[in-house]
Ligand binder design. Structure first.
Ligand SMILES: [Ca+2]
Ligand SMILES: [Ca+2]
Length: 224
């Protein structure tokens, strides 16, 4: 592990110190270089680095650090969504209209029988959502899902899309005219939400013409 700290202002040179570093990792008091081979597992631990100038004035900076062995699996890891392929219908999901169904034809599921189709138009948009716990002690949490764009009127325009919000924050945007044909898998990194309960909101939206749907299936929120 090598991290070079820098500072500006005050009267150089600076004297560096740090707390919260993993065992066998140190900071060089003169150069601010953090280095060493860590021998301790840490998940989202806080490191505090201080720089003091020649007149005794100091400042601090904090960052989070995760150190795990290459073969790490987290004790509370695994798949965290309920009914991720909709095969129990709407169980575990909230929807604003009849989005989750045994869709057929162009809207048919990727696997099983059920899928969710989000109509992307100007009527306020279709929504499905689920609340999930992202485990605190896992280093990586990844949301994956399969999505297919379906131009219901045969025409694709620039305006139809799907958005993923976590709580109220937009984190992922999928524009229909970039999705090609057929199902493709998409990945969203949720590692920075470790320790949080999040509400995933998938919303379809678009304009009033060339109406389309985005079909979703086979979700997974894997933590490790
Ligand atoms: Ca399914
Ligand atoms: Ca449209």
């Amino acid at each position: 592990m090598i991290i070079q700290m820098t500072a500006k202002g005050g009267t150089a040179p600076y004297t560096w110190s740090a707390t919260g570093l993993p065992t066998d990792v140190t900071i060089n008091a003169t150069t601010g270089l953090i280095s060493g081979t860590p021998t301790q597992t840490l998940i989202n631990a806080t490191v505090t680095v201080s720089a003091k100038d020649t007149t005794g004035r100091s400042t601090q900076s904090r960052f989070e650090i995760t150190v795990v062995p290459p073969d790490w699996t987290c004790p509370s890891g695994g798949q965290k969504l309920v009914n991720p392929g909709f095969e129990s219908g709407g169980t575990g999901w909230w929807e604003n209209t009849d989005n989750i169904n045994r869709h057929t034809g162009a809207l048919a599921r990727r696997t099983g029988t059920w899928a969710a189709a989000l109509r992307a138009d100007s009527a306020g948009g279709a929504i499905i959502s689920q609340r999930a716990q992202v485990p605190r002690e896992c280093a990586w949490s990844t949301l994956t899902f399969w999505a297919k764009f379906v131009p219901l009127q045969g025409v694709t325009d620039d305006n139809d899309a799907m958005r993923l919000l976590l709580n109220d924050e937009p984190v992922f945007f999928l524009k229909g005219n970039t999705m090609g044909t057929g199902y493709r898998q998409y990945t969203v990194d949720l590692s920075r939400y470790a320790g949080q309960t999040v509400i995933l909101w998938f919303t379809g939206w678009g304009d009033y013409k060339n109406i389309s749907s985005i079909v979703l299936d086979d979700f997974a929120l894997n933590a490790r």
